[in-house]
Design a protein around this ligand. Structure first.
Ligand code: DAT
Ligand code: MG
Length: 152
């Protein structure tokens, strides 16, 4: 059995406003990943600045924080083997125009600054981001009844 990983995924304010919550979550459910934690909130500027701290010197950083704070987001933790890398592949490139057909960002959005969804880019950043957005007791430990049909 492959080692399980966790990744942090957030549906951004444009994804909420455009009614894409169900479709994006469905993609991960159908893949077979396990939902570990989820909440609906309007994230504070402080949290968003920390979340995107690696980009603090980029010109688009203030606009990025403002956009992410402009409405509610759905913050989630998903689990699976190599879930971090697989989710990045499922989401597509940062810029929807560079993404392959079948990826979320290619199929559901147009511009890099309105790309509807976030996914951690490494196991290390997933750990950091999950720690920012969730308390450890908010991560729910349960066995999916589909587990033995997804894994051999
Ligand atoms: P990703 O979200 O694919 O990990 P990133 O971490 O490089 O991409 O950047 C975070 C977000 O910032 C990205 O989802 C959209 C926004 N962004 C990135 N590059 C941008 C740019 N050149 N102009 C505007 N927004 C940008
Ligand atoms: Mg990133």
């Amino acid at each position: 059995m492959a080692k399980m990983e966790h990744t942090f995924i957030a549906i951004k304010p444009d994804g909420i406003q455009r009614g894409l919550v169900g479709d994006t979550i469905k993609h991960f459910e159908q893949k077979g990943f396990r939902l570990v934690a989820m909440k609906f909130l309007r994230a504070s500027e402080e949290l968003l600045k920390q979340h995107y701290i690696d980009l603090k010197d980029r010109l688009f950083y203030p606009g990025l924080v403002k956009y992410m704070n402009s409405g509610p987001v759905v913050a989630m933790v998903w689990e699976g083997p190599t879930v971090v890398k697989t989710v990045r592949t499922m989401l597509g490139e940062s810029n929807p125009a560079d993404s392959q057909p079948g990826t979320t960002r290619r199929d559901f959005c147009i511009q890099v600054g309105r790309n509807i969804i976030h996914g951690s880019d490494s196991v290390k950043s997933a750990g950091r981001e999950i720690g920012l957005w969730f308390e450890s007791e908010e991560l729910v430990d349960y066995k999916s009844c589909a587990f033995d049909w997804i894994y051999e």
